[in-house]
Write a protein that binds this ligand. Sequence first.
Ligand SMILES: Nc1ncnc2c1ncn2[C@@H]1O[C@H](COP(=O)(O)OP(=O)(O)OP(=O)(O)O)[C@@H](O)[C@H]1O
Length: 339
Amino acid sequence: MDAPLLSVKDVSIAYKVGALDIVAVSNARFDVPQGSIVGLVGESGCGKTTMARALTRVIADNARIKAGQMQFAGQDIVSLSEKDMNSLRWRDIAFIPQSAMNSLDPVYRVEYQIVEVLRDRGGLSKSAARKRAVELFEMVGIDPGRLRDFPHQFSGGMRQRAAIALALALEPKLVVADEPVTALDVIIQRQILDQLRSLQRELGLSVIMVTHDISVVAYICDRTVVMYAGKVVEDCDTATLLNEPLHPYTMGLKNAFPDLHSAGTGILTPIAGSPPDLANPPPGCRFAARCPFATDQCRVEEPMLTEDAPGHFVACHRAVEAAALREEAKQPGTWGTAA
Ligand SMILES: Nc1ncnc2c1ncn2[C@@H]1O[C@H](COP(=O)(O)OP(=O)(O)OP(=O)(O)O)[C@@H](O)[C@H]1O
């Protein structure tokens, strides 16, 4: 088997707020195989964006990567000099933010912005960059006649496509997309995800798709990493994750989202309660207070992420009983009773 394009190993990232250390990502580990789409999924605040941004090393001033390695194509992103990291950005690792307005500047025409990236970062001449901008717009399904528009003249879906075009400008190996379709309606979401999928196949890209929505993961991701309160709790291929999840949190997430394929008529069951305070996380399993299956052991002893079956990682003391727990998890009453 090929070496993964990216290998995240025991990464911890903390924010300093006054005297507090908020450990937003704690000992995260996962791989991104070459040419695959890997979902990073979990509720708001679980550390997905922090993890994703750390891959480009564009993190908040008060954030620090405290430990771990991020091996990307043989280089450790954590220990690269700022100069080397800068040459990796755009060219090897590109970022698509949640709001395209974070990558498109409202005061410049879209063409100018794409051409600037191609000239500055890619060393293209002005005429070659203009030609490439036309190709990129065609690639993401926007009429190149719209290149001279300003971002505000685009619909939300077009802006997001333009942000994808910008990210793909220099043919990166890895695209990190942070909730790229969250702000859009479901039909446009599907169109953009389909487009991203076909571009990913065509160009042999690897993609990290950050999302809180497990239906997005189901729709597009080959593998999925589930995060809870800064920890990776499950990581496996998406079909297994959806059909035979081992972690109760994954079981709960599945009940909580509509299916992107369906009209969304199924009954949704939220997971009662909220995640713990990351400045003062509880001992044991961080999900225990909301887990309908938690035992005394779960409340005191932290479960380690272990490989339960080849390529299937889980951090749960009760993983061996998962088949029975999955049946219980399907009952809506199971989820309202967490302490
Ligand atoms: N600049 C910051 N300073 C202090 N704490 C922060 C900062 N940015 C994020 N956090 C905290 O870090 C934790 C993880 O946030 P992060 O944005 O990575 O989560 P997320 O899963 O991407 O959530 P969302 O989907 O809401 O963006 C949260 O508790 C958040 O409040």
